[in-house]
Design a protein around this ligand. Structure first.
Ligand SMILES: CC(C)(COP(=O)(O)OP(=O)(O)OC[C@H]1O[C@@H](n2cnc3c(N)ncnc32)[C@H](O)[C@@H]1OP(=O)(O)O)[C@@H](O)C(=O)NCCC(=O)NCCS
Length: 208
């Protein structure tokens, strides 16, 4: 019998994570969130309760997927769920080309059409979004988001809380610091310090 899971998050990313969980073999019970009224239909499931009431679902499953794209909001929700005794499994879409020598931390989600190459590591609760590629020996920190279609060359290091925008590319052996925003379609050719935004080709950095 399929294991059951709850999707925490009622937005568009929640829909993608719901279908990811199903592709990974889970039975999705429904959604939990505060943004939509209880009973609202999302795809073929419903909003079961608000976040404060999630413990009422514990008799059915202790597994939850936290589907929030904001890295800091995701961390807050993960900490709340762990404190309540929920488990947050990693989810890797079956269409991902995932190297046998690669690894992911707890709660990482790896979407459809991605490639995670040899000896790469994706940190806890990070998102590798649709069609992104993470090449050999990359090190991605915790609570990062590599957006759809972004490409990381080999041996790239991305530190915690960093968001690489849609379609951006990062040259091999580059280190990007913590809490960096790399804009969509940027090409990152130099290392980037913590807490900045980088946009353009090649990237230009501004302080947040
Ligand atoms: C870089 C980014 C964070 C800036 O967002 P913002 O602070 O709201 O900036 P604005 O949209 O107000 O744009 C400010 C200026 O920067 C420019 N700009 C915005 N994003 C840019 C980008 N990625 N590359 C080049 N220029 C960009 C805008 O054209 C604007 O220029 P102007 O002042 O000459 O008109 C955002 O545009 C971005 O790229 N986000 C990534 C989104 C993404 O990947 N989503 C995936 C979801 S799954």
């Amino acid at each position: 019998m399929a294991e059951k899971i709850i999707i925490l998050g009622t937005g568009g990313h929640g829909k993608v994570v719901k279908e990811l969980a199903e592709a990974c073999g889970y039975e999705v019970l429904g959604f939990v969130g505060n943004a939509k009224p209880v009973g609202t239909r999302i795809l073929d499931k419903k909003v079961l309760c608000c976040v404060d009431d999630i413990e009422t679902l514990k008799s059915e499953t202790t597994k939850v997927a936290v589907a929030r794209v904001s890295n800091t909001v995701r961390e807050k929700r993960v900490n709340e769920m762990v404190a309540l005794g929920f488990e947050i499994p990693s989810l890797i879409h079956p269409s991902c080309i995932f190297s046998p020598s690669a690894d992911v931390g707890a709660g990482a989600v790896v979407m459809a059409g991605t490639v995670i190459n040899a000896d790469a590591y994706v940190g806890e609760h990070s998102i590798i979004n649709t069609g992104a590629t993470v090449d050999h020996d990359c090190r991605i920190g915790d609570y990062c988001h590599i957006s759809p279609g972004a490409n990381l060359g080999g041996e790239v290091t991305i530190r915690d809380y960093t968001w690489v925008g849609v379609g951006a590319a990062v040259r091999e052996c580059i280190t990007i610091g913590k809490n960096v925003m790399v804009g969509g379609s940027a090409f990152v050719a130099c290392d980037i310090e913590d807490n900045v935004t980088a946009i353009g080709v090649p990237e230009k950095v501004t302080k947040l």
